[in-house]
Design a protein around this ligand. Structure first.
Ligand SMILES: Cc1cc2nc3c(=O)[nH]c(=O)nc-3n(C[C@H](O)[C@H](O)[C@H](O)COP(=O)(O)OP(=O)(O)OC[C@H]3O[C@@H](n4cnc5c(N)ncnc54)[C@H](O)[C@@H]3O)c2cc1C
Length: 445
């Protein structure tokens, strides 16, 4: 079989890896001038660093399996993280369950309630019974009080903006499951994973193996159309790096592009198209500062204060060695925004002017002279908004067009999107394609 894959992110390359292992010819087209998609890297101080902060949780098993299959499992290392929460004008340590008991921003009884509530959600095994309610409603009704008002409400609003009250409860459930898995007892810190050499260790090895099996990966080559003949996709039309028109025929096609751009590539029946376009995505805007000293002691800072114009402050080198980056301290300032939000369109310099005055809230001594370099990244399809009863409207990986498949982050459910799940989905799609071929494409009868 000859398989055309659109997108060289985690899903596309994982599928290419498994399909090429079975002797099939894979050709991957990627619009960006790099591989890795949302988990891609830039060089910082001599080492690759993710455009947007990345780490793994201990229950991210699929990525570990893939690393083992690639022979790079030794690269995965686990680090204790330090978590803080900024609220009511103060930074609180919220790393362990014990820290939460000491979390002075809310009354003592609410702290107990907060801990017991997380335990209760952690014990729920089946998310299906939660599907018809929003996280906001569920939390307000069952937790409520200061614990909701000061902790979860600002985080939901910070992460999902105006959509905060539409997020289905399974999102919250899966977050709690993941965080519990990564914590070690009441005193234990959360352990987070990060590969030596960054996530690029995985992507570079995937590329190397795929190419060694005669697979092709073409960067800076956006697919502009999927050509359909008699209802069956036949070829990909792409624009090459030097502007040339490419037309290549395939036996089957896997697209990993976001749901909002898939209908631009191919005509789809209304019902399926609606399933795609009904899912709203938030974009991410990430400013990465290289500093000559640390800003805080924390790796991850939740910001539960609407006056701070960014949602998260992630100090990468408070978990990972700064020696990797020529001694620089790496600080991410991140926001999830609607693509129509003025902040999404702001220049790097304007964003800095908006953000920097707030850094002294986290360290009163902060001075702009600490910054040695600034990087800026915007990602348009960073976070899908998954509402209630999503299992009933989720788009099938097998599209209505025979031999055309779709695998993107809106199809990860009930878990929140993440590299682990995209790698897993890519591999599952490879298995589905192989199954369908063996079955002589009966699934589209
Ligand atoms: C700020 C941020 C922080 C994150 N932090 C974490 C984290 O800590 N841990 C974690 O596990 N995950 C994290 N994630 C999520 C993770 O990066 C993604 O879920 C995962 O990388 C998605 O992989 P994917 O292959 O499904 O999609 P993508 O990475 O989006 O890949 C799709 C690819 O398709 C390409 N493409 C689109 N249109 C076309 C076209 N027409 N032609 C050719 N190519 C096209 C895109 O350029 C892209 O490379 C984070 C994401 C963001 C944005």
């Amino acid at each position: 079989m000859k398989i055309g894959i659109i997108g060289a992110g985690a899903a596309g390359l994982a599928a290419a890896f498994d399909l090429s292992a079975k002797g099939h010819k894979v050709v991957v087209y990627e619009s960006a001038p790099f591989i890795g998609g949302q988990a891609s890297t830039i060089p910082v101080g001599g080492s690759p660093l993710e455009r947007g902060y990345h780490h793994l949780f201990t229950n991210d098993k699929a990525i570990l399996d893939l690393m083992a299959d690639l022979g790079v499992e030794e690269a995965m290392k686990w680090y204790p993280s330090r978590v803080g929460t900024y609220t009511s004008g103060k930074v609180y340590k919220t790393t362990t369950a014990l820290d939460l008991l000491r979390f002075g921003a809310i009354p003592f009884l609410d702290r107990i309630k907060l801990g017991l509530f997380a335990l209760k959600v952690g014990r729920i095994k089946d998310w299906r019974g939660l599907e018809d309610q929003t996280a906001d409603y569920w939390l307000r009704e069952r937790l409520g009080g200061k614990a909701y008002e000061k902790v979860w409400a600002p985080l939901l609003k910070g992460k999902f903006g105006d959509f905060y009250d539409q997020i289905g409860m399974p999102w919250f459930w899966s977050k709690i499951q993941t965080r519990f898995a990564s914590r070690q007892g009441i005193r234990g810190r959360e352990m987070l994973g990060y590969p030596d050499g960054s996530f690029d260790t995985i992507f570079s090895k995937l590329k190397k193996v795929i190419e060694s099996r005669d697979g092709e990966i073409h960067i800076s080559t956006p697919v502009v159309k999927i050509e359909v003949v008699d209802g069956v996709p036949k070829a990909l039309l792409a624009r090459g790096a030097d502007g040339q028109h490419i037309r290549e025929e395939f036996d089957t096609i896997l697209s990993t592009v976001p749901s909002f751009s898939f209908p631009d590539l191919v005509d789809l029946p209304d019902d399926y198209k609606k399933r795609l376009t009904d899912v709203h995505y938030l974009a991410a805007v990430v400013v990465v500062l290289e500093l000559d000293r640390p800003l805080t002691d924390f790796y991850w800072m939740n910001i539960a204060d609407p006056d701070v114009p960014f949602l998260g402050l992630i100090e990468h080198t408070n978990m990972l060695p700064k020696e990797w980056y020529s001694g620089k301290n790496i600080l991410y300032l991140t926001n999830y925004l609607d693509r129509t939000d003025p902040l999404y369109k702001m220049s790097k310099d304007d964003l800095l002017e908006l953000y920097l005055p707030h850094l002294s809230k986290f360290n009163t001594e902060f001075d702009r002279s600490w910054i040695t370099k600034v990087h800026y990244n915007a990602l348009s399809a960073a976070q899908p908004i998954i509402g209630t009863n999503y299992s009933k409207v989720i788009a099938n990986h097998r599209t209505p067009l025979k031999k055309l498949y779709l695998a993107n982050t809106t199809q990860i459910y009930p878990e929140d999107r993440g590299t682990n799940y995209s790698f897993k989905m890519g591999r599952e799609l490879a298995a589905t394609i192989l199954y369908d071929e063996k079955d002589n494409w009966q699934n589209w009868k």
